[in-house]
Design a protein around this ligand. Sequence first.
Ligand code: SF4
Length: 418
Amino acid sequence: VQTELSPGALAIYVHWPYCQAKCPYCDFNSYARTTISEADFLRGILREIETHRGFLNGRTITSVFFGGGTPSLMSPATVGAILDGIAAAWRMDEGAEITLEANPSSVEAGRFAGYRAAGVNRVSIGVQSLRDDALKFLGRLHSAEEAREALKIADRLFDRYSFDLIYALPEQRPQDWEKQLTEALELANGHLSVYQLTIEPETAFFDLERRGKLRIPLPDTAAELYALTQDICEAAALPAYEISNHARPGHESRHNLTYWRYGEYAGLGPGAHGRVHRGGSKQATACLRQPIEWLTAVDRDGIGWSCEDALPMQEQAEEMLLMGLRLREGLDLDRLTRETGHGVEAGAVTQLAKEGYLVGPESNRVLRPTRQGSLVLNAIVAELSKALRPVPLSTGPAMSRTTTEPDRRPHSTEARPA
Ligand code: SF4
C-alpha cells in the first residue's frame, strides 16, 4: 500500500468560475454570466500565488488542477501565464501532473493543442454521456459525436487523459448502461470517472424532483448499476481506485490522490478550498464564492479567503477517514495516528468488518470498505468518526483498545463524487 506523500509536496487547485450555461444537476460554484474579465481573473490568481508563496515557501509542486466551472473557456495564454506564475514561485516536481478540465465542444477541443503548448499534460473531459438524449436531459451543450471527437483529439495530444460519465439517470436500464459503458471503455485511455446522478439542493433538478417532475432510480436500482459498473470496469482492467474513479495502474489522478490521502493543497480562485500548514497547524481555507467579491478581497488583502480555520486534531482525523476510505488502497491507521493523534476503537472496526462493510485491518493496519461498504460510505464514516479517540503519540497504537458497540447501523445508499 502506497499511502505516503512526499515531504513538502504541494498540490494547487485553480478555480475558473464560469460556464456557458448552468447544468440542471450542478451545485458547483459556477456562473453562466461573466462578471469579471479573464484578464482580471489572471491578475487575481497571480496575486494569490504571490501571497501563498509567502507562507508556503520551500514546497515542491506535484500537481496543478484547473477546475471549475469550465476552465476550457480560458485561453491557453491565460493558462500558460498561471503556470509560469506557479513555476516562478515554487519548484515544480519533474513529474508534476497539470490537469485542465474541459468540455468537449468542438471550439474547446480546438484549444487542446494550445493548452498542451502552455504546459498542460492531462485533460479531464466532461463527456457525461455518449447518448444525445441523455446529454439533452443533463443540459449539456455538446453532442455525443463532439464528445467522441474531443476524445480522439485528447488521445492524439496527451499521454494521460480522463473523462466523466454520469449514470443512474431516470429510467436508465442496466442493459443500456452496460452498452454505453462498454463503448466508453473502448474510448478510454487509462482513466475514467463514473458518477451516479445525485440531486443536490439549490439545483434545477432539486426543484423538479420536489415538484414530482423528476424521479431518479431507487437505491436498489442505483446499487445494481453501481455493481454493474464495478464489474465491467474491472473486466476491462480499469478497476476503481476510488469510489467513482477507475484507472489503469499509473493513470490515477495524482492531484485527486493528494485530496484523498489528505495531503497539502492550496485553493486559488473564487470558492476554492485549501488545506495548508500555516502557523504550526493545518488550516482549512475557503475563498469567497462570488467572483467580484473574491477579486475585491484579493486586490485589498492579496488573498480572497472568506475563512481560514485551524483544524482541531479530531476534525483532521474525521476528514482523513472521510477521504481515505474512498480509496481502494484504504487508510493507513498508523498514519492516521501519527498525523492526528487519534485512533479508531477496535470494537467499531471489528463490528463493521463482521457486518461486511469493512475489510478487517488486523493483518496490515489498513482500513478499507468492502464493495458493500462503499455503497453506504457516509454512514460508515459516521460510525468510525464516533469511535475516534485521542491516542498518546509516544505509544502510537492506531486502534484504541476500548470497545463500544456502534449504536446506529449504516442506512443510506450512495456512491457520489466528492
Ligand atoms: S456541470 Fe460543469 S459545465 Fe455544467 S454548470 Fe457545472 S461546472 Fe459548468
